[in-house]
Design a protein around this ligand. Structure first.
Ligand code: HEC
Ligand code: HEC
Ligand code: HEC
Ligand code: HEC
Length: 168
C-alpha cells in the first residue's frame, strides 16, 4: 500500500491548481460510471431545481445561490452531483475513485447534514423544519450503488477461491 506521504506528493500539483480551476465536469461525467446514482438523482427535484424559477428569477443571484449555485463559476446548473460531492476533475479518474483516501485528497467531499442546511434552512420556503434523516431517505442514490459493489466484491472473492482450488 502506498503511504499517505507519497500520495500527498503525487497530488500536490493537483491541489495547488484546485483553487483556480473550473473543476466541475457535470453530472453526465459521473453517469458513465454511476448510472444507478445518476438515475436516482434524476428522479429528485435537485436535478431540475432551476426550472421552478421564472425567467427573471433565473437571473437573480439571490435565487440561484440555492437553486443553481454552480452555474456562474462552473457552468453546471441545478443542484448537481458536484454541488454536494465537490468538483470531480481530479477525483473522477478510475484509479483515484477506487482509492477512498486518495479520492478525498483529490477533492471528493462527504456531504452531511451541515451541507444540506446551507440551502435547507430558515430562508427556504418550507414551513416545516428540515428533518435530515427523512430528507436523506428522499434523495437515496447510494443503496443500490453499495449493494452492487458488495455483489461485485463477493463475485470477485468466489472467482479467487475458484482459481486457488484449480491451481492446487
Ligand atoms: C471512471 C469511472 C468513474 C467516474 C467518471 C466517477 N466515478 Fe465515482 N467511483 C468510481 C469507482 C470505481 C468507485 C469505487 C467504488 C465502486 O467500485 O463502486 C467510485 C466511488 C465513488 C464514491 C464513493 C467513494 C468512497 O470511497 O466512499 C463517490 C461519492 C463517487 N464515486 C462520486 C462520484 C461523482 C460525484 C462523480 C462525478 C463527478 C464520479 N464519482 C465519477 C468510478 C467513477
Ligand atoms: C436558502 C436557499 C434558498 C434560496 C436563497 C431560495 N430558495 Fe427556493 N427553495 C429552496 C428549497 C430548499 C426549496 C424546497 C424545499 C422547501 O420548500 O423548503 C425551495 C423551493 C422553492 C420553490 C417551490 C418549488 C416547488 O416545487 O414547490 C420555489 C417556486 C422557489 N423555491 C423559488 C425561489 C425564488 C424565486 C427564490 C429567490 C427569490 C428562491 N427560491 C430562493 C431554497 C432556497
Ligand atoms: C444534495 C446532495 C447530493 C447530490 C446532489 C448528490 N449526492 Fe451523492 N451522496 C450524498 C450523500 C449525503 C451521500 C451519503 C449518504 C449516506 O452515507 O448516508 C451520497 C452518497 C453517494 C454515493 C455512495 C458513496 C458510498 O459510500 O457508497 C455515490 C456513488 C454518490 N453519492 C454519487 C453521486 C452522483 C453520481 C450524483 C449525481 C448524479 C450525486 N451523488 C448527487 C449527497 C448528494
Ligand atoms: C445548493 C443548495 C442545496 C443543497 C446543498 C441541498 N439541497 Fe435539497 N433542495 C434544494 C432546492 C433548491 C430544492 C427545491 C428544488 C425544487 O423544488 O425544484 C431542494 C429540494 C430537496 C428535496 C425535495 C423537497 C423537500 O424538501 O422534500 C429534498 C428531499 C432535499 N432537497 C434533500 C436534501 C438533502 C438531504 C440534502 C443534503 C444531503 C440537500 N437537499 C442539499 C437545494 C439544496
Amino acid at each position: 500500500m502506498r503511504s499517505l506521504l507519497s500520495r500527498t506528493i503525487l497530488l500536490l500539483p493537483l491541489t495547488a491548481s484546485l483553487t483556480f480551476a473550473h473543476d466541475f465536469l457535470g453530472a453526465e461525467s459521473c453517469q458513465a460510471c454511476h448510472p444507478d446514482a445518476w438515475a436516482a438523482w434524476q428522479a429528485t427535484s435537485h436535478a431540475r431545481s432551476k426550472d421552478v424559477l421564472s425567467a427573471q428569477q433565473q437571473k437573480d443571484a439571490r435565487c440561484l445561490s440555492c437553486h443553481s449555485p454552480n452555474e456562474g463559476d462552473q457552468r453546471v446548473a441545478h443542484v448537481s452531483c458536484e454541488t454536494c460531492h465537490g468538483g470531480g476533475q481530479y477525483y473522477s479518474a478510475k484509479f483515484v475513485m477506487k482509492d477512498s483516501e486518495l479520492a478525498r485528497l483529490a477533492g471528493l467531499v462527504d456531504p452531511g447534514e451541515k451541507s444540506c442546511r446551507a440551502c435547507h434552512d430558515g430562508s427556504s420556503p418550507s414551513l416545516k423544519p428540515f428533518d435530515f434523516k427523512e430528507k436523506l431517505k428522499a434523495i437515496d442514490h447510494w443503496t443500490v450503488e453499495r449493494k452492487k459493489r458488495e455483489e461485485r466484491a463477493a463475485a470477485a472473492a468466489r472467482k479467487t477461491d475458484g482459481t486457488q482450488v484449480a491451481a492446487q
